[in-house]
Design a protein around this ligand. Structure first.
Ligand code: C5P
Length: 232
């Protein structure tokens, strides 16, 4: 049986990939399926948490039972939903793949094909939601106890990926960071995952290859340990 070590805890999980519109039919997107975020939400609910799942575009996944769903499209919408849901939450897990850039403008009619070469696509930066949350916490506006980020990196899992993960954890200022190796058919659009769970206090836990639910369980173990109290 699963421990009910998250009962009474309010948690927010993000999942899926944002889509940044170019026109009514086209967007800039990414390969996130949402599976890891959905697994995190499902496992947290099983372990007694009150869960809000902020879902950007995901594969056709079953909505986890007993979880409050908030569906969003763009990074901006995800940001608003996260900031609203995080108010009063104990834990935030940012598993969504948020677009770093969006088109400067999007038009309300379908962009036509013409005989001349297309214009270059002008992009602008999206807000870094994880960084914003950490900044709000530092400013005393949010009191989320544990903030978890995800990082998808390419390279050798035990050297390059781990180094990038450590650097990112420091840069982002979150409490835990799950680092996944991507590329070569890993992590995105597949059932299984692996990587490292890094903590701001220096702890470093390899996560063996396995289901996304098992990875989720490892993450909640680490979160529960940091929440203290009712750790089962
Ligand atoms: O810097 P990078 O995009 O690799 O960081 C990934 C982490 O930051 C993920 O937890 C992701 O959800 C979050 N993120 C964010 N806002 C962005 C980009 C990424 O919150 N604009």
């Amino acid at each position: 049986a699963l421990p009910h070590d998250l009962s009474g805890k309010r948690v927010v999980v993000t999942a899926g990939g944002t889509r940044e519109p170019l026109d009514p039919v086209r967007y800039l997107g990414n390969r996130s399926s949402g599976r890891q975020g959905y697994a995190l939400a499902r496992v947290a609910a099983h372990r007694g948490a009150e869960v809000t799942l902020v879902a950007a575009h995901s594969a056709d996944l079953v909505e986890p039972a007993g979880v409050r769903m908030v569906h969003v499209g763009t990074a901006d919408q995800l940001r608003d939903a996260v900031l609203e849901a995080s108010d009063g939450a104990n834990v935030l897990v940012m598993a969504a793949a948020v677009a770093d850039f969006r088109p400067v403008s999007h038009v309300d009619h379908k962009i036509k094909k013409t005989d001349r070469d297309p214009d270059a696509l002008e992009l602008t930066r999206n807000p870094d939601i994880l960084a914003d949350v950490i900044e709000q916490r530092r400013a005393g506006k949010l009191d989320t106890d544990v903030v978890v980020g995800f990082a998808a990196e390419t390279g050798d899992p035990d050297t390059t990926v781990l180094e990038h993960g450590r650097a990112k954890l420091e840069r982002k200022g979150c409490d835990l960071l799950v680092v996944n190796t991507v590329g070569d058919g890993r992590a995105f659009e597949v059932e299984d995952n692996d990587g490292w769970l890094l903590a701001a206090d220096g702890a470093e836990l390899p996560i063996p290859h396995g289901s996304k639910s098992r990875l989720a369980a490892r993450v909640w173990d680490a979160v529960a340990a940091r929440l203290g109290g009712n750790v089962g």
